[in-house]
Design a protein around this ligand. Structure first.
Ligand code: 5GP
Length: 184
């Protein structure tokens, strides 16, 4: 844990603990950046940031890439007012890019049930990309309802509600540099 992480813990007493420190995140993002750079040597992939939660990951990840790439943004909702993912994806903001014949990397914050990403992949496949892969900061594998192929995963985590590094609670705390668990 860094001094900054500790500062945030002091400021926000409702955070129970740091699950993944900012140092661990930065190290792992660098590793993922190297992996992606190796895998896309002969291509210019489009990294699609799924808003809002993936914005810190996209910003850090792209600065670790040594291959040319483009970025685009998409916002989808799958909760329909409730707390459970329905898996029915509604596009709130669509891509500007034409992804036909392009290599697409979907950049996500967390894969939980997997329903959102699975539906999003199905939807984007209708636009005939050359390939679609998924990069996510954390994987709550144990909560999975749909088996989705994930290519670049930062960390596997237990079935806990987490905040920080893009992940919100009531739209707040996305700015935390670490991933933490709130007090029950
Ligand atoms: P799912 O994979 O269940 O369809 O949904 C993934 C989405 O649910 C994520 O993009 C995120 O917005 C939200 N989500 C799932 N688990 C958590 C969590 O532990 N913390 C936060 N803040 N959001 C979560």
């Amino acid at each position: 844990m860094t001094f900054d992480d500790q500062e945030y813990l002091n400021r926000y007493p409702f955070i129970d603990k740091v699950l993944i420190s900012s140092e661990e995140i930065q190290l792992r993002v660098r590793q993922l950046g190297n992996e992606i750079s190796n895998d896309y040597k002969d291509s210019v992939p489009i990294l699609v940031c799924i808003l809002k939660g993936a914005y810190p990951f996209l910003a850090d990840l792209t600065r670790c890439l040594s291959v040319d790439h483009e970025v685009d943004f998409m916002a989808v909702s799958s909760y329909d007012g409730g707390t459970q993912s329905t898996g029915v994806v509604k596009i709130e903001k669509d891509l500007k890019s034409n992804i036909t014949n392009r290599d697409v990397i979907l950049v996500e914050d967390i894969i939980d049930t997997g329903l959102t990403i699975d539906n999003l992949i199905d939807l984007l496949k209708t636009r005939n990309p050359r390939s679609i892969r998924v990069a996510a900061v954390v994987d709550k594998k144990i909560a999975r309802k749909k088996d989705v192929p994930l290519h670049y995963i930062g960390f596997e985590i237990p079935n806990e509600f987490v905040i920080g590094y893009g992940l919100d609670y009531d739209e707040k705390y996305r700015n935390l540099p670490f991933i933490g668990i709130m007090k029950a």
